[in-house]
Structures are given as structure tokens and as C-alpha cells.
Design a protein around this ligand. Structure first.
Ligand code: 2AM
Ligand code: CA
Length: 260
């Protein structure tokens, strides 16, 4: 299915509006004393995650009843549709429950499994990145770009946390990444990828990514002039891990992960 330009523009604008509605709702609970529930995978979830996803889903279904929706908290509807909205109401729930504003509301739109629109909205920071493939990326409406750091020795590396891998090869690759880069910071999540897409960091590494964590990232990073890829260097959201960087650093990053 080939989306005509007008349709892509419409979906981009709708996704921005819907992400804003959802993200604004999270603020009702941010820095408030709310119950934290541990999910089956031991990750935390709150009423804010659940209510926000419902708001996103209701608005999408109202506007596009035939489109599919896949959300982290409430699963899949209209699975057969060629247009799928992929939602993470709060990416960075661990930040959210610590009162750290680096959490985001994510919307990705896939057409025939290919991401074409991405929204990363950090409501507590009032920062919204939006992109549609072929149409550029914006931060709060202004064009945004990756920065052009050329060497890993000058690069700022972000990650969601400090990792310990059971797999030795992956552990070695992560340590090489740490050794070869200059500045290291965590509290990453999708906000870390947004930092790369807006020229504030050079590499963001996520060894664990579900499709709802990744779908919004690829269009934003690519359209900002960067690369969003997996550890094999493949530009995909479907393999469970993700790295954002610029085109100059990409070969060196690929080399670090070549044996994983
Ligand atoms: P969440 O806050 O929506 O749960 C990228 O690291 C994202 O993957 C995180 O923002 C988090 O999303 C999720 N994540 C992080 N660590 C994870 C883990 N150990 N298992 C499953 N998901 C994880
Ligand atoms: Ca989430």
C-alpha cells in the first residue's frame, strides 16, 4: 500500500494531536503518589499508563475505525489492517515513577509493517518530536537534525541503564562502546533517541526494545538525518534492540557490534 502525500500529512497531524492528548493526561499523575503495579515481566505499570493508552485508543478509533492499534497495555485490535498505530502511552515508566521528566508518549504508524510516522512527546518537558518518512523531522514544529560528530572519541553515548549481559559477546560490545566514547549518561528510554535526533547526543543504545518502544523512533531519527538500526546495523524496528546515531559514526558502531 502506497500512501499518497496528503494522507501521510493527515496521519502525521492526527498523530501529533493524539499524542498531545495522551501526553497531557500523564501530567495529571506525574510526581503524584500513585500505586505502582508490577507486570508479569516485572516491569512497573500505573493507572497513568493504562488511562493514557485508553485515551489514545479511543481517539484513534473515533477518527479511523478501520485502522489497527497495537498498544503496550491493551494489545491488538484490527490486526488485519494495513495501517497500524503502535502505542506506548508512557515509555520510561521507571523515570515517570521517580518523578524524572524524561518519559515520553510514543506513537508510531506502520503501513504494511513499515514505520512511516513517528511521534515522541515528552509532556513534562514540553518537547514533541514528529516525523513522517520523506517529510523531515521537527522538534516543537521546527526542523531538527542529528549533529555531525565524526569520531567516537568525541561522542556522547546514552543508554537507558547500565547493562550487565549474560551473553559475553554483547557484554564486550557494550564495554567497547563505553571505552571508545567520551561522555556517558543514562535515563535514556525513547528520550535518549530524541536527544540524538535533536543533536544533543551522538549514540543511544537500547538492548531491549519492544515494537511499541521502537516504532516511533525510526521515522524520527531517520528524518533527522540519522540512522536507527539494530545491533546488526539493519534499519528495522522488528528485531528487539535499537541504536540511534548519525551517518558518520554508523560504520564504527556497526563494527563494535559485528559479532553479536
Ligand atoms: P517502558 O518504560 O515502556 O516499560 C527501552 O529501554 C524501553 O524498553 C524502556 O523504555 C522500557 O519501556 C522497556 N524496557 C526497559 N528495560 C526492559 C526490560 N528489562 N524488559 C522489558 N522492557 C524493558
Ligand atoms: Ca510503556
Amino acid at each position: 500500500m502506497n500512501l499518497i502525500y496528503g494522507m501521510k500529512q493527515e496521519l502525521l497531524e492526527a498523530a501529533i494531536q493524539i499524542a498531545e492528548m495522551g501526553g497531557q493526561h500523564t501530567l495529571k499523575y506525574f510526581k503524584k503518589d500513585i500505586e505502582i503495579i508490577n507486570k508479569a515481566d516485572d516491569s512497573p505499570v500505573t493507572v497513568a499508563d493504562r488511562e493514557t493508552e485508553q485515551i489514545l485508543r479511543n481517539e484513534i478509533s473515533k477518527r479511523y475505525p478501520d485502522h489497527g492499534i497495537l498498544g503496550e497495555e491493551f494489545g491488538q485490535t484490527n490486526e488485519g489492517s494495513s495501517i497500524q498505530w503502535v502505542l506506548d502511552p508512557i515509555d520510561g515508566t521507571k523515570s515517570f515513577i521517580h518523578g524524572v521528566p524524561f518519559y515520553t508518549t510514543l506513537i508510531g504508524i506502520l503501513v504494511d509493517n513499515t514505520p512511516i510516522v513517528g511521534i515522541i512527546y515528552a509532556p513534562a518537558l514540553d518537547e514533541l518530536c514528529a516525523a513522517a518518512i520523506g517529510m523531515g523531522a521537527t522538534l516543537n514544529g521546527e526542523p531538527c537534525f542529528v549533529r555531525n560528530t565524526e569520531h567516537l572519541k568525541d561522542a556522547t553515548l546514552l543508554a537507558t541503564e547500565i547493562y550487565r549481559f549474560e551473553d559475553e559477546v554483547r557484554q564486550e560490545a557494550f564495554e567497547a562502546l563505553l571505552d571508545k566514547t567520551k561522555i556517558h549518561r543514562t535515563w535514556g528510554d525513547a528520550y535518549g533517541h530524541m536527544m540524538v535526533a535533536t543533536g544533543r547526543a551522538d549514540v543511544m543504545y537500547d538492548p531491549i526494545l519492544n515494537i511499541w518502544d521502537a516504532a516511533a523512533l525510526l521515522p524520527v531519527v531517520q528524518e533527522a538525518g540519522g540512522i536507527f538500526c539494530d545491533e546488526k546495523g539493519k534499519e528495522t524496528i522488528h528485531t528487539g534492540n535499537g541504536i540511534s546515531t548519525n551517518k558518520a559514526l554508523f560504520p564504527a558502531i556497526k563494527n563494535i557490534f559485528k559479532n553479536t
